[in-house]
Design a protein around this ligand. Sequence first.
Ligand code: ZN
Length: 483
Amino acid sequence: MALKHNKEKDFSEWYTELVSEAGANLADMRYGIQGAIVETPWAVKIMRAFEAMLEKEVEADGHEPMLLPTIVPEAYIKREKEHVKGFAPELYWVTEGGGKKLEEKFYLRPTGESQIYPMYSIWIRSWNQLPFKRYQSRITVFRFETTTRPFLRGREFNFFEAHDAFATHEDALEQVKNDMVYSENVMHEKLGLPFIFVRRPQWDKFAGAVDTYGAETIVDGKVNTIASTHDLGQNFSKTYDICFMNKKEQKEHAWQTCYGPGLIRIMAGLISIHGDNYGLVLPFEVAPIQVVIIPIIFEKKSADVEKKCRQLEKDLKGKGYRVTYDDSENTAGWKFNEWEMKGVPIRIEVGPREVKEKKLTLVRRDTKKKEIISEKDLDKKIVEYAVELLKNITKKAETDLKDSIHEAKTFADAKKILETKRGIVKAPFCSIDFDGQKCADKLQEEAAAKVRGTLFGKQEKATGKCIMCGKPAKHIVYIAKSY
Ligand SMILES: [Zn+2]
């Protein structure tokens, strides 16, 4: 049975249904605070799986884990003026403790910079500690958001952040590329979520940063940012006094970057980019259950079928797969729907015929195609299905992303595309420095879309005129509505 709402026709309702108990049951929205969702075991397992991939990725490149408290003293954020201005409207404050008003209030971290850098100022002393790379994961951050959506925007949500310090700006800029590679290796290669990596316009960068870069995926015609990297230059090291002695025994301020893959945004990407009208479609590597075994029983239970199912479950578990044998009282059809909804990559059907002929019926979640195989080929087939499934959903997502980018030469074209085809508009633009902000504001006002930035790592030659002001274009920019 399919979901009640259709992904192509009413995406928003489809998404909500899929996330809820009526769908794949990923989050319970009945918790007493708006925008604070309860994640179900199924969601937590998926998220932990890709969180572990990200941890492995950054650790392989020299990052060490750390964990800081959730509460931060007020004095910490006050030190960075731009930063405090950027985050002030979203802050939660703790003003009382033990029934008394606190002398110094705390805030709940909206992101890590202001809590981590006072510690870096204590820890970092010498050039031989650089590059200094640390990260924290399996934490939450708090932002007072007015509009919220499960896994897209919340008031408390899962967070992952890496904070690095370097001796030179060149080293820091090299890290921006490394961060892009982490996202490429995990989000694109392992989760099948392709993205465009852009450098943000100056007016839209992270509060206090020199430059911000973002990995943008497309969801229902709008941009969903799944990772950000900030080149902080020496802005924060000067404010927070993060210095090191160079080889000539001179004191220098460190150059910094920070990287934040958006865990909830990645989850939203998995749900909405790969999901279909039958439910989730999960890559094999992150699926909480990778293989489900379903007995096909006709009039009465068959001891042979049951025995075969148990044996298969045991064998596959022994090989390290996450597998379950669904021996519940529900009908086979009900079970098919249930596990399809959950996005389990491979289903094995075992009936009396399969037992007799030493065969198995396999169904792959993404294509829903059935194949009858020899029992002895099962191992080989599981590996093959896992690879093919990821390849297939990745290719589909890549095509969707490519098809959603449209070129425009004039504002009228851009507006028309945003209204009809939606997606991303690629257009000539005067400037992504502050002098282009006026044009961007006008664009936002008249087309309700934002300049997301210029493509990073590949120089796109600008020709023609800015679609807003008509001045010669310095850049080709990507424009879209966003989540
Ligand atoms: Zn312009």
